[in-house]
Every structure is written in structure tokens, then in C-alpha cells.
Design a protein around this ligand. Structure first.
Ligand SMILES: [Zn+2]
Ligand SMILES: [Zn+2]
Length: 389
């Protein structure tokens, strides 16, 4: 390992106790998306103390922040932090580890700033990954403009280089009919619940015709007021997911067609409620993954192959569609521990989580160093990014 990388390793080791304390503090005070006031504040304070220039509340998002190491005109590398928790089960997605791995990488780079080639390092605090689409808002707010490559890690039960993510779009359906007594004069009614049930039946048939990795799942949010009233209003919410964006939008249209058909069949009127924070699939950039992997493997971990069936979604997918981005998975829990479980929540504050966080911080900082140092890398990464759809 080069002298500069040794210095990065030592810097993370020196900060490891502080980082672990910060990780545990965030873990012990779980905050939901866009309410991560404490976590964002602690991380910003930490980065400032390490010598980064920190802006709070960027892009009009109160709990977002932007830490900068400005070393002059050159490429810009972003390292992302997440720190939102889940309702009811706290940091069962381990975002406290994502936050401190990112902050640790930024702090280590600040510590070796005199050795760094020209360029800028950004540590981006991205709130509300769990459904709120914080990164979607930061992209729209211009935070990633001019960034050449971005990275973050996510806790998992194994070390994995790249895990595909499904694109996800949410769509709501509101059916309006006409109330009537369900026994005395049912023929006077127009049944909005029938339209919802018809939609579910049509979607169930559609599901047989979709590709294996597509997911369509929904709930009924309004199903009527009383069994003796023909429901005049009923509503449902669907999540539509697919590995490719164009497939996702095609599927989204077909799900809407199911609801339109149901409205036609039942004589109800349909209002489709679109949500504008679709999460996009993760675009794979092998050339960037390779740089990270070389650093990671030099630090000891052994990578596992990515499972093809355990697929979720994240707004880091949106970042990956606008610039070369990686989100490698870091082992912070015993193998077989599923995310969003109580066991994963406990693991996210365990010695294994500390080890994963420290290793990931080093690997990300070393990757950033490589990207700034080797003038061939970023153009190669950019070419691959542009050639990939
Ligand atoms: Zn999660
Ligand atoms: Zn997560």
C-alpha cells in the first residue's frame, strides 16, 4: 500500500473511537426522514471539527448538509451519508453506519489534505432515504452538479460490490361512486369498493405477465364506511418496481390501465394520484467499482456474489442515473440477518458494525484518493457511464 493510503488508514484508525461513539449516539436517537435534526447536527459538527467547510440545510432541505474539502481546481468526488431511521424499529437499516463511514472517509481525507492532488471532496448528508427521497430533492437542488463520481456504502450481512436496485414509482387510485342503502336500494348505488377490488384482480392477472424481478404490491387505504352503505369512495395505493426505468414506466402505465378498466366496468370515476419522487434503478459502473474493490480487498474483506432475488430500492439509484455512483454493501451483521429486522438493528451498534464502518471509511477515502491521483480513471469511468443505459 502506498504511503498516502497508509496515512489515510492511520487517520481513520485514530478517529475510530470517535466515529463509533457518533454511530452509537445516532443509533440511540433514531429520527425519521426529514426529522434527522440531531444526527445531521452531530455529523456537521464532527466534520467541521475535522476541518471541512460545512453548509447546513442545503437545497432547502433542513436536515441535509454539505461538507467540502476544497483543494483547488480539479475533479469533484462526493461521499454520501444517510442517517434516517425506520418507524418503530429504529436503525434497523443501519444508516448510523452509513453516516459515520462517510464522515470517517471525509475526515481522513481532510487529515491528509496536504498530500491530496487538486480537486474537491464533498461529504453530502442526504436525509430521508426510507421513502422520502432526500437525494431526489438534492439532485433537483443542484447539489450533485459538477460531481464526477459519487459513493456511499450500505450495511448488509456480507461484503458485496454491487447490488442491483429496482426502480420504484408509487401511484394512488381514488374511485368515486354513489352511496345507497346496501339492502333497501343497492341498485341505486355505484360501488367504489368494487372498482378497487377489480383493480387488484386485474393487477393480479397482469402480475403473471411481468418479468421475474418486477414487483407490484398494494394496499387498500379506503374501503368504505359501513357494510350497509354502498361505498361511495374507495382508494388504493400501489408500488410498482422494475429493474429498468423504461420497464418500470411501462408497467406503471399498465397498472393505471387496470384501474381505468375497473372504473369503466363499475361506472365509477377515477382520480389517479401520481407521486413525483420515483426511485430509479442502480446503474452499474464497473470501472468505479473496480477502484473501490481493489482498495477494499487490500484491507482484508472477501466479497460475496450479489443475490439476484433480494431486491429493494433506494434513492441512491437516482444519483446513479445522473453521474457515476457506487453503493457497495458492507458486512455489519452476521450472515443471514435480514435488513429492517430487530436483529439488524442490534447488529448496527455491534463490534462488527464498527469493523465494517472503519474498513468502509478507509476504502472510500482511498478510492477518492485514487480518483484524484490517476488522470486516466475518471475519463474511463465517464466513458463507461455514458455507454451504459
Ligand atoms: Zn432501509
Ligand atoms: Zn437503508
Amino acid at each position: 500500500m502506498s504511503h498516502d493510503k497508509d496515512m489515510i488508514g492511520h487517520a481513520v484508525d485514530r478517529l475510530a473511537d470517535d466515529l463509533e461513539r457518533l454511530s452509537h449516539r445516532i443509533h440511540q436517537h433514531p429520527e425519521l426522514g426529514y426529522q434527522e435534526v440531531k444526527a445531521a447536527g452531530w455529523l456537521a459538527e464532527f466534520l467541521e471539527a475535522q476541518g471541512l467547510e460545512v453548509a447546513r440545510g442545503v437545497a432547502g432541505v433542513d436536515t441535509a448538509f454539505l461538507g467540502t474539502i476544497d483543494n483547488g481546481e480539479g475533479p469533484t468526488i462526493a461521499i454520501m451519508c444517510e442517517y434516517d431511521a425506520l418507524p418503530g424499529i429504529g436503525h434497523a437499516c443501519g444508516h448510523n453506519v452509513i453516516a459515520t463511514a462517510g464522515a470517517g472517509a471525509g475526515a481522513a481525507l481532510a487529515a491528509v489534505r496536504d498530500l491530496l492532488p487538486k480537486g474537491r471532496i464533498l461529504v453530502v448528508g442526504t436525509p430521508a432515504e426510507e421513502g422520502g427521497g432526500g437525494k431526489v430533492r438534492l439532485i433537483r437542488g443542484g447539489v450533485f452538479r459538477g460531481v464526477d463520481a459519487a459513493m456511499m456504502v450500505h450495511g448488509w450481512d456480507r461484503w458485496i460490490g454491487h447490488q442491483d436496485l429496482l426502480g420504484i414509482v408509487r401511484v394512488g387510485f381514488e374511485f368515486s361512486g354513489k352511496a345507497a342503502h346496501a339492502s333497501a336500494s343497492p341498485w341505486e348505488g355505484v360501488n367504489a369498493l368494487d372498482a378497487v377490488i377489480q383493480t387488484f384482480n386485474a393487477v393480479s392477472m397482469l402480475r403473471q405477465q411481468v418479468r421475474p424481478q418486477a414487483r407490484i404490491h398494494g394496499i387498500i387505504t379506503h374501503g368504505g364506511a359501513a357494510a350497509n352503505i354502498i361505498p361511495e369512495f374507495a382508494a388504493a395505493m400501489f408500488y410498482v418496481r422494475a429493474p429498468r426505468l423504461d420497464d418500470m414506466w411501462v408497467l406503471h402505465k399498465r397498472v393505471i390501465a387496470c384501474a381505468e378498466g375497473a372504473a369503466r366496468a363499475t361506472g365509477t370515476t377515477l382520480k389517479t394520484v401520481e407521486h413525483d419522487n420515483a426511485y430509479e434503478p442502480m446503474k452499474r459502473v464497473q470501472a468505479l467499482l473496480d477502484v473501490y474493490r481493489a482498495n477494499l480487498l487490500a484491507l482484508g474483506p472477501v466479497e460475496s456474489p450479489a443475490p439476484s432475488d433480494r431486491l429493494g430500492s433506494s434513492d441512491v439509484g437516482n444519483v446513479s442515473q445522473v453521474l457515476p455512483t457506487i453503493q457497495p454493501l458492507v458486512k455489519i451483521a452476521p450472515e443471514g440477518t435480514p435488513v429492517h429486522s430487530r436483529a439488524f438493528e442490534a447488529a448496527a451498534a455491534s463490534p462488527l458494525a464498527r469493523e465494517g464502518m472503519v474498513t468502509a471509511a478507509k476504502a472510500m477515502a482511498m478510492t477518492a484518493l485514487d480518483l484524484l491521483t490517476d488522470p486516466e480513471l475518471l475519463p474511463k469511468i465517464r466513458r463507461e457511464f455514458e455507454a451504459t443505459r
